[in-house]
Design a protein around this ligand. Structure first.
Ligand code: OSB
Ligand code: MG
Length: 370
């Protein structure tokens, strides 16, 4: 397959409710969509970088710059037999910028699967038709609001609930939620808000039967995560820290946790995600697939990846309705009765892009040809 054309389209979507994590709040998403035309088929993907550098150093703007100036030129005219060859071509000229690279790499997977006439999930080695869906709830103004929000998602049938925490909104808050929902599969995510002085405070979370605690410390501090895991029985799950398969091997060697949240858009795409999946499987670490408030395009990629065999915990792959009044794909993602999302069975990402709606919400568009 030869990459003939790449189109970058920026769209703006308003979240149905603001999403607040320890480091910042998101009301709107400005999403960089990427379309790749090859001589065999076309593929779609999105860049997960946010507008502010509060989750990762990459942002919408750094990704657009890296793509336009370096990654798109390195990709146009590129020939590949398998999308697993694409990362080497990008890594050769560009260090870092994994979110920008992922947009190209994941579009190449969609094009590849479409050219073969098979679902992306099958091309990735997925084995499930439906995947358990959890929901990630942002920080709320007060406990009553949080309880109401949780009840709403429990009523909809979500398989597990993830709460955002931060210093001062942790032990008491999680304890109150646990008393109210004694049997709910529950996790917490700190988005790197804690420091070494907080070790005792975090250990107090062991009392609440959490499935896991996600990314308590800064992403580059694997040793501190290892120190906490030695003192806690609740599994630590790494999100921001896992930037590559190599870093994942380090985390496992250091016992810096017991679980990994894979976001293909964060680690450079599906090839790196598959490697991380296998590294974890071989170490006996379960993984799950996270999210970055994606549109239906990124969601379709995440859901396909979630069908792999070592994805053993419900992910943040919620239904379209949890995020948007109207999603950019047809059909939208919905929650099945048993708390699952169906893995699309059509070719590639298996959903159709609503081009008319994209044109309505488009902010800008740039096309590059080989
Ligand atoms: O840490 O997993 C995270 C959203 C944006 C940035 C980081 C995170 C999240 C979520 C929501 O938790 C996941 C989702 O529903 O897409
Ligand atoms: Mg997280």
């Amino acid at each position: 397959m030869r990459i003939e054309r790449i189109t970058l389209q920026t769209v703006r979507l308003r979240l149905r409710e603001p999403f607040r994590i320890s480091s910042g709040e998101t009301f709107h998403r400005r999403i960089l969509l990427l379309r790749m035309d090859t001589d065999a088929a076309s593929g779609r993907a999105e860049c997960v970088a946010g507008e502010a550098p509060n989750y990762s150093y990459e942002t919408y703007e750094t990704a657009l710059w890296a793509l336009e100036r370096h990654l798109v030129p390195a990709s146009l005219g590129l020939e590949f037999e398998h999308p697993g060859e694409v990362p080497a071509a990008l890594d050769r000229h560009v260090r870092g910028h994994a979110m920008a690279k992922a947009a190209i790499e994941m579009a190449a997977w969609d094009a590849f699967a479409r050219a073969r006439g098979e679902p992306l999930a099958a091309a990735l080695g997925g084995q499930r038709e439906r995947v358990p869906a959890g929901v990630s709830i942002g920080l709320q103004p007060d406990l009553d609001t949080l309880i109401t929000r949780i009840q709403g998602f429990v009523d909809q049938g979500y398989a597990r609930v993830k709460l955002k925490i931060e210093p001062g909104r942790d032990v008491d808050m999680v304890g109150a939620v646990r008393r109210r929902f004694p049997d709910l599969p529950l996790t917490v995510d700190a988005n790197a808000a804690y420091r070494a002085a907080d070790l005792d405070r975090l250990c107090a979370l062991d009392a609440f039967g959490l499935l896991l605690i996600e990314q308590p410390f800064p992403e580059d501090d694997l040793l501190l995560h290892a120190q906490l895991q030695r003192r806690m029985t609740t599994p630590i799950c790494l999100d921001e820290s896992i930037t590559s398969a190599a870093r994942c091997r380090e985390a496992i060697a250091l016992r810096a946790g017991l679980v990994v949240n894979i976001k293909p858009g964060r680690v450079g795409g599906h090839t790196a995600s598959l490697e991380i999946h296998d590294v974890c499987r071989d170490a006996g670490w379960p993984v799950w697939i996270g999210g970055m408030l994606e549109s239906g395009i990124g969601r379709a990629h995440n859901v396909a990846l979630a069908s792999l065999p070592n994805v053993l915990l419900p992910g943040d792959t919620s239904a379209s309705r949890r995020y948007w009044d109207r999603d950019v794909v047809r059909p939208e993602f919905t929650l099945n009765e048993e708390g699952t999302v169906t893995v699309p069975a059509g070719p590639g990402i298996g959903v159709d892009v609503d081009e008319d709606f994209l044109a309505e919400i488009e902010e800008e568009r740039r096309e590059f040809t080989a």
